[in-house]
Design a protein. Structure first.
Length: 106
């Protein structure tokens, strides 16, 4: 979690997260026993993006049966003009079909 906090506080980045990410952050915090206040702080550092029909359609086109959530996250990032994707998932780039650079957080 320390690495995530450092990245989110880097002034050279502006962060956007999809509505789906909000759910994932809370789920991850529950599973890992991370205090909710940490999630609140992360959410306050990012702009929140809705998921729309165009994003869902693009995700459906790219979905190969590996990970629909990755496809949807990538579509959201691409169609809102993001430059890079930050992920904890080492398979995100391969499963999402994204054209963006994926920065892996370990």
């Amino acid at each position: 979690m320390e690495q995530i906090s450092e990245v989110f506080h880097d002034p050279k980045y502006e962060f956007f997260i999809s509505a789906l990410t909000v759910h994932i952050l809370y789920y991850f915090a529950e599973v890992e026993g991370i205090d909710r206040s940490f999630v609140h702080k992360l959410l306050d550092l990012a702009f929140h993006l809705p998921i729309n029909e165009s994003m869902i359609s693009l995700a459906q086109e790219r979905y190969t049966g590996k990970d629909f959530e990755d496809c949807l996250q990538a579509a959201c990032a691409e169609l809102t003009g993001c430059n890079e994707i930050l992920s904890l998932d080492k398979d995100f780039y391969n499963n999402s079909g994204t054209t963006l650079k994926v920065l892996l957080i370990k």
